[in-house]
Design a protein around this ligand. Structure first.
Ligand code: CP
Ligand code: NVA
Length: 313
């Protein structure tokens, strides 16, 4: 039984398979491969994209999803994560969880007899990274010579992008203020993957230098959910780490801009850039739907059914 808690749970062959499956699903979105199957969706934090794409994705596959808002379960307070998992797996075929602590998702997975998907924790956001690299693949056509530059916080989104970059053997540059680098173990794992698969990893402080080399420029909020008490301090530290027209002018003319959203316009990205012709942020948001459907089918070992559809067409 497979879970998706971290990008580390996938091999590069699996990610390639998921991207191929995603292309198919995008062409033929309405298939009934998960008829009468259910997903339980646990949320400790707010969400627009993750909730809507998982829920609509399950419906498009013939199943349905049950949304459990933070006040429904009170994970770890009303009941332990272990007990929640041992209830939900009796009813649902798959569990998706967005939690504060990554440990909570690990605990759910440890006790669940059905696959668990990490829909964002303090450490990773693997579904986001899968959708982002699929968006890059659609835009660029392949991953050859790709240099992805992340401007901002070495956070959950950055961690999953770094690890996926390592798995796919592409170049990754992080430009962040000192003290906001990713955790050492994520850096070590990324470098280990790159040693095996190719690619390179670099952390620098100068955003202009970073932007000049980018094929794709990525940013995320300076203050992630759960860090609200650090808000003022972070806004000070990150104030020059903004993707704006001036920075874009220093990059290759073909550079594209990515953001996982929600965006704080005027902070990490200006409206001019986000709404400009080089922005592909809403393609990323759309692709959350398609890639997650492929991930669900892969984890439930239903991906072979895609071939049945092709044959019957
Ligand atoms: N990018 C993302 O996960 O968005 P939500 O927080 O709205 O789900
Ligand atoms: N880093 C952000 C991503 C939101 C999708 C957060 O954790 O709030």
């Amino acid at each position: 039984m497979k879970h998706l808690l971290s990008i580390n749970d996938f091999t590069n062959r699996e990610t390639e398979k998921i991207f191929t499956l995603t292309k198919e699903i995008k062409k033929f979105p309405f298939q009934q491969m998960l008829k009468q199957r259910s997903m339980a969706m646990i949320f400790e934090k707010p969400s627009l994209r993750t909730r809507v794409t998982f829920e609509i994705g399950m419906v498009q596959l013939g199943g349905h999803a049950v949304y459990l808002q933070p006040s429904d379960i009170k994970l770890g307070r009303r009941e332990t994560a272990a007990d929640v998992a041992r209830n939900l797996d009796r009813w649902a075929d798959i569990i998706m969880a967005r939690t504060f602590k990554h440990k909570t998702i690990e605990e759910l997975a440890k006790y669940s007899s059905v696959p668990v998907i990490n829909a964002l924790s303090d450490i990773e956001h693997p579904c986001q990274a899968m959708a982002d690299f699929f968006t890059i693949l659609e835009d660029k056509g392949d991953f050859d010579g790709l240099n992805l530059v992340f401007i901002g916080d070495g956070n959950n989104v950055c961690n999953s992008l770094m690890l996926l970059s390592g798995l796919l053997g592409t170049d990754f540059v992080l430009a962040c203020p000192q003290g906001y680098e990713p955790k050492t173990e994520i850096i070590v794992k990324t470098k280990e993957l790159m040693k095996k698969n190719g690619g390179s990893f670099k952390i620098i402080n100068d955003i202009k230098e970073a932007a000049a080399s980018a094929d794709f420029l990525y940013t995320d909020v300076w203050v992630s959910m759960g860090q609200e008490q650090e808000s003022e301090q972070r806004k000070q530290k990150f104030k020059s780490y903004q993707i704006n027209s001036e920075l874009l002018a220093m990059a290759k003319p073909t550079v594209k801009v990515l953001h996982c959203l929600p965006a704080h316009r005027g902070e990490e990205i200006t409206s001019e850039v986000m709404d400009g012709p080089q922005s592909i942020v809403f393609d990323q948001a759309e692709n959350r739907l398609h890639t997650q459907k492929a991930i669900i089918l892969h984890l439930l070992e239903k991906d072979h059914l895609i071939k049945v559809r092709e044959e019957s067409c």
